[in-house]
Design a protein around this ligand. Structure first.
Ligand code: TEU
Length: 586
C-alpha cells in the first residue's frame, strides 16, 4: 500500500501543480474579462455637433436657425448618431457667435423662438436623439443685464458678479486675453473708473465664480434647461472659472501655458462638486468637460466617478498639434492617445474628436484635401474617431469630407479671434500676409462655412446671402451627391457608425493597445473585448506605408476597408495612401 502511494506521488504532485496553474490562469482570464468601467448611454453615444449658424437657414436671412435644424432631423437620424451637441443658441449680440450670452433663458433672435426650441427638443426626442446644450458661464456678454448693472456703479448689487480693478490701485497685473486686440484681458471702463476682466473678447466679461450668488444664478440657469428635458451640458471654458483674486504677478511669457496659469484655479473642483450636488445629481443628464486640464491626470480628476464632478473629459491635446499632423509627427500623436488611454483604463471617460467649431476641417489638419486624397483621408479619420475607446464627437460637415475655405482676404473672415489678431499684427507693423496664409490652415472660420446640402445656389443652405461664404466645392461635396454614391465619405460614416453600434463591447469599451509605436506613418492598434479582438490599421501618410504585424497575429475577416484590397504578404502589410482597415483577429 505504502509502495503504491510512493509510486503515485509524482503523479499527484504533477496534477496538483497543473490544477494550480489552471486556477491562476482562470483567475487572470476572469480579471481580464471583468470590465472596470460600467456601461452608460453617453459612453456609447456618437455625438454629432451642429453649428446652428451654418447648418440650415429656414427663412432666407442667411443665418442658420432652429426651424432649419428641425427640417433636417431626418437627415441627422439617418446618420445613425445618438445625440446632438448644439453650439450656443441663447440671446447674444454675436461678438463671438453666441459665446457671448446676453440672456441665458432666451433664444437668439437669428435662431428663432423658445417655441421653436421646445419643438426641436420634442422632435429630437421622438426620433431617439438626445440633446446636449452648450453652457457658457465663465463669462457673459457685456450686454447681459448683470453686466449693465455691475458697470453702472461700484456699489451696485451686481458689481461682484464680475472682476473689477479700481484705477486708484494703479494698473492691474497683466493678464493675457485670447481675443483682445492688444492681448490685454483688463479693459478700462470710464463709467466707474475701473478695469474689468475678460479672458476672451472685450464683450465677454468674466463672471466672478468666487461669489456664491453668481454660482447660484448659474445653477438656476442649469435647472431651467434641465427641467425642459435636455440631456446634457458641454461646459464651455469651465476650467477658467475659478480665479486667484489676489491677482499675483505672473512670470514673463506665461501666456504660452494658459491652462497652467489660468486654468484649474484655486476653488475650481470645489465649485464643480457644488454644481454636481446642487444640479447634476438631481437630473439624468451628462456633462462634457471642455479643455479638461493639461495632462491626463488633471483631466481624470474632473471625471473620476468617485469624485462626483463631471462625466466626459474633452481634452485638447489631440487637436493641439499646430498647423497639421505631418508637421507634428505621428509618433508623438500616437503617444498622446496611448498616454490618455492608460490613465483612463480603469475609471473616468474620454471623448474622441478631431474637429469642432474652434478648429479647421479635420481633412486639412489630419488628412489631405488634395483631390486624390480627400475622400480616402476623410474616411480614414472617420475610422479613427469611431474605433477608439471614448465617446465619439463628430463635427457637422466632416461626414461629407468638407474642407477649409482658405479665404485670401481678411474682409471675408467673421471670427473675432482671426480678425482681432490681424488688427494686432497690423497695429504692430507685423506681416499680415504671412498671417493670412497661416489662417488658411488654422482659422476657426474654415470649419464654420455653411453646410453643403445640394448643388443649388449656396449649397442649399440659404435662399438669401449666407453670413459666411459657402465653399465653392459644394458642387461635388454635398449630401445629395454623396447619398447616391455608395463609396462616398457620407456612406462610409454611416457604415462605420453601424459597425461600432453592433459591436459596442469591442468598439466602445474594448481594451486599446498600440501596435508598432515607432511607425512614423501608420497608427495601428488592437481593441479587445471578453470575446473578440480586432486590429485597426490607419495610414496617416500620402505615401504607401508598411507595417509588420507582431508575432502571433492571425488575421480573420475584414470588417471595413476604405480602399480595397488590403495588400499583405504574411505579416507584412502595405497600406495605400490614407488607407484604413479593421480586421478581426483569430
Ligand atoms: O473655447 C474655449 C477655449 O479654451 C479656446 O481656447 C479655444 O480653444 C479658442 O477659441 C481657439 O481659438 C470655447 C468655445 O469653444 C469657443 O468657441 C469660444 O470662443 C470660447 O470658449 C469663448 O467662449
Amino acid at each position: 500500500m505504502f509502495n503504491k502511494i510512493k509510486q503515485l506521488l509524482p503523479f499527484f504532485c504533477y496534477s496538483f501543480l497543473l490544477s494550480f496553474l489552471f486556477c491562476i490562469n482562470a483567475c487572470n482570464t476572469k480579471k481580464e474579462n471583468t470590465k472596470a468601467i460600467k456601461n452608460d448611454w453617453w459612453k456609447e453615444a456618437v455625438v454629432y455637433q451642429i453649428y446652428p449658424r451654418s447648418f440650415k437657414d429656414s427663412d432666407g436671412d442667411g443665418v442658420g436657425d432652429l426651424k432649419g435644424i428641425i427640417s433636417k432631423l431626418d437627415y441627422v437620424k439617418s446618420l445613425g448618431v445618438d445625440a446632438v451637441w448644439l453650439n450656443p443658441i441663447y440671446a447674444s449680440p454675436n461678438d463671438d457667435n453666441g459665446y457671448d450670452i446676453s440672456n441665458y433663458r432666451e433664444i437668439m433672435k437669428d435662431f428663432g423662438t423658445m417655441k421653436d426650441f421646445d419643438l426641436l427638443l420634442k422632435e429630437m426626442h421622438s426620433r431617439g436623439i438626445k440633446l446636449i446644450m452648450d453652457l457658457v458661464v465663465n463669462h457673459s456678454s457685456d450686454e447681459h443685464e448683470w453686466f449693465k448693472q455691475a458697470r453702472s456703479s461700484r456699489t451696485n448689487p451686481y458689481r461682484n458678479y464680475y472682476h473689477w480693478w479700481p484705477v486708484e490701485k494703479g494698473k492691474p497685473p497683466y493678464r493675457w486675453s485670447f481675443f483682445d486686440v492688444n492681448s490685454d484681458a483688463w479693459k478700462f471702463d470710464s463709467l466707474t473708473n475701473s478695469y474689468y476682466l475678460h479672458y476672451f473678447s472685450r464683450k465677454q466679461p468674466d463672471l466672478n465664480w468666487e461669489n456664491p450668488k453668481l454660482r447660484n444664478e448659474v445653477y438656476d440657469i442649469m435647472k431651467y434647461w434641465a427641467d425642459k428635458g435636455i440631456d446634457g451640458f458641454r461646459m464651455d471654458a469651465f476650467q477658467f472659472a475659478s480665479k486667484d483674486t489676489t491677482w499675483p504677478e505672473l512670470p514673463k511669457g506665461y501666456e504660452k501655458n494658459v491652462i497652467k496659469y489660468y486654468g484649474l484655479g484655486p476653488h475650481l473642483h470645489e465649485y464643480i462638486k457644488e454644481m454636481n450636488k446642487e444640479v447634476l445629481s438631481k437630473y439624468d443628464i451628462m456633462t462634457v468637460a471642455e479643455g479638461a486640464g493639461s495632462s491626463p491626470n488633471e483631466a481624470l480628476d474632473f471625471v473620476d466617478p468617485q469624485r462626483k464632478e463631471l462625466n466626459i473629459a474633452y481634452h485638447f491635446e489631440g487637436v493641439d498639434v499646430g498647423k497639421n499632423i505631418s508637421e507634428f509627427g505621428l509618433e508623438k500623436y500616437k503617444a498622446i492617445y496611448s498616454r490618455y488611454d492608460s490613465v483612463f483604463a480603469e475609471k473616468g471617460w474620454l471623448s474622441i474628436f478631431l474637429a469642432n467649431h474652434d478648429q479647421p476641417r479635420m481633412v486639412n489638419k489630419f488628412g489631405n484635401d488634395a483631390p486624390e486624397f480627400r475622400e480616402a483621408s476623410s474616411k480614414m479619420l472617420t475610422t479613427f474617431i469611431l474605433s477608439m475607446r471614448g465617446t465619439a464627437f463628430y463635427y457637422n460637415g466632416d461626414e461629407l469630407g468638407m474642407t477649409n475655405i482658405k479665404f485670401n482676404s481678411i474682409t471675408d473672415y467673421n471670427d473675432v479671434a482671426t480678425k482681432n489678431k490681424y488688427l494686432e499684427i497690423q497695429n504692430k507693423g507685423g506681416d499680415t500676409t504671412a498671417y493670412i496664409e497661416l489662417q488658411k490652415l488654422t482659422s476657426r472660420d474654415n470649419g464654420r462655412t455653411p453646410f453643403q446640402w445640394d448643388t443649388a445656389a449656396n449649397a442649399g443652405f440659404t435662399t438669401g446671402t449666407p453670413w459666411l461664404k459657402v465653399n465653392s466645392n459644394y458642387k461635388y461635396i454635398n449630401v445629395v451627391t454623396e447619398i447616391d454614391d455608395k463609396n462616398s465619405p457620407l456612406n462610409y460614416f454611416k457604415q462605420m457608425i453601424q459597425l461600432r453600434k453592433n459591436n459596442k463591447e469591442l468598439f466602445v469599451y474594448g481594451k486599446y493597445e498600440l501596435i508598432d509605436k515607432a511607425n512614423p506613418n501608420v497608427f495601428a492598434y488592437s481593441r479587445t473585448s471578453a470575446k473578440e479582438k480586432i486590429l485597426v490599421l490607419l495610414n496617416f501618410n500620402k505615401e504607401i506605408s508598411r507595417i509588420v504585424l507582431p508575432k502571433g497575429y492571425s488575421l480573420g475577416d475584414e470588417l471595413i476597408n476604405n480602399l480595397q484590397p488590403l495588400k499583405l504578404q504574411g505579416s507584412d502589410i502595405s497600406l495605400q495612401p490614407f488607407q484604413a482597415c479593421i480586421i478581426k483577429l483569430k
